[in-house]
Every structure is written in structure tokens, then in C-alpha cells.
Design a protein around this ligand. Structure first.
Ligand code: SF4
Length: 194
């Protein structure tokens, strides 16, 4: 019997994909005050465009860099206003691929630091692994330096596990970014339960 080849996401070479070439600075959606995209009450920005093409992607429409609407100053002001609510813990970046939309994500993350310092945290999802990001372009490393928690790696159908906290497959990790940058190795989020 003929074997079916396992469908897998794409694997870019270091710096093969660049936001400067790909991003249209489009937003797939913005969801304020949700409880599912990280710890606490969060405001989530879904950027448009991702090239990993993971089979089983949770948001396939947002793989298109032209999907949705342009990021605007009005939306940014709304996000800042929503984040200013005392019960909101922070912002979550997801997509699409935040690290292929660094123009939008760096701008917003910097504004959050400007307005709130570190009283609001920033989480981001990415299809890149931590090790891949270490070999990536300056804009990706700049975005990483502005993030507190990173959920890394492609979604792999073969490792799918819906019981995991905040991630879809067992290869993905919830990483404490400042600690990992300081020690030079991946440090897992201290509040991880499973
Ligand atoms: S990295 Fe995320 S957004 Fe991109 S294709 Fe994979 S699951 Fe979808």
C-alpha cells in the first residue's frame, strides 16, 4: 500500500523571511478583554500574514498578509485605552505571525512600555523556535527584547494535545523571555502547570 507523506509546516532558512518584504501591516482581528490568550485578562491583537503554513493551523485565513484591515493609530489608541483598565494584565500578539509583522508589533510594544512601563505584560506567539529566532534579523530580535512571554514553535499535528496550557502541540514551549535572554538558554515560564 502506498504511504501518505506526513504534511509538515515550512522551515525557513535564517533571515529568509523578512517583515520588510512581507508585512502589509494588516490586522486580522482585535479581541479585548479575553481569558484564553495567556495569563489573566488580556487584549489580543491578531496580525495578518504567516508563511509557516502549519497543517491544522488554528487561523488559516490570517496566513494571508492582505487579510483584514490596516493597522491604524485609532486602533492603537483603543488598545492603549483598553489596557489601561486595572483588571487587564496585558497584551497578547498572535496571528498570523507577529515576527513577520514587526513594524506593527514593535511600535505597539514600545508604546505600551512608554505608557505603562512593566505594569502590563506582553505575550507573543510565534511559529519560529527560540533557537531560530537567535539567528534572525535585527527587527525580530528587537521585538523579542520587548516581550515577556513567548510561546514558540510551529503547530505540529502529530504532537497535538488540547490539554496543554496556551498551546496546541507538545513541541511548543512557554518561555520567560527576559530570563532566557539573561541566561542565554531557554527558561520555561515559572507558572507552567502543563
Ligand atoms: S505558525 Fe501559527 S499562524 Fe502560522 S501557520 Fe502555523 S499555526 Fe498558523
Amino acid at each position: 500500500m502506498k504511504k501518505t507523506a506526513q504534511r509538515l509546516p515550512k522551515n525557513p532558512a535564517p533571515q529568509e523571511w523578512l517583515a520588510a518584504d512581507l508585512s502589509q501591516q494588516y490586522i486580522a482581528s482585535y479581541k479585548p478583554f479575553n481569558f484564553v490568550d495567556g495569563e489573566g485578562v488580556r487584549c489580543s491583537l491578531y496580525v495578518s500574514g504567516c508563511k509557516f503554513n502549519c497543517p491544522g493551523c488554528y487561523n488559516k485565513v490570517a496566513q494571508n498578509f492582505h487579510f483584514g484591515t490596516p493597522y491604524t493609530e485609532e486602533l492603537e489608541d483603543q488598545i492603549i485605552n483598553d489596557l489601561s483598565q486595572s483588571y487587564v494584565q496585558g497584551l497578547t500578539l498572535l496571528g498570523g505571525e507577529p515576527f513577520l509583522n514587526t513594524q506593527v508589533c514593535i511600535r505597539l510594544a514600545k508604546r505600551i512600555r512608554q505608557e505603562f512601563g512593566h505594569t502590563k505584560d506582553i505575550w507573543s506567539w510565534t511559529g519560529y523556535t527560540w533557537d531560530e529566532l537567535m539567528l534572525e534579523s535585527a527587527d525580530k530580535l528587537e521585538l523579542l527584547s520587548l516581550i515577556d512571554i513567548l510561546v514558540d514553535g510551529r503547530f505540529l499535528e502529530a504532537q497535538k494535545d488540547l490539554t496543554l496550557q496556551f498551546r496546541g502541540s507538545a513541541n511548543q514551549r512557554i518561555i520567560d523571555v527576559p530570563k532566557s535572554l539573561a541566561t542565554g538558554q531557554v527558561e520555561i515560564w515559572a507558572n507552567l502547570v502543563k
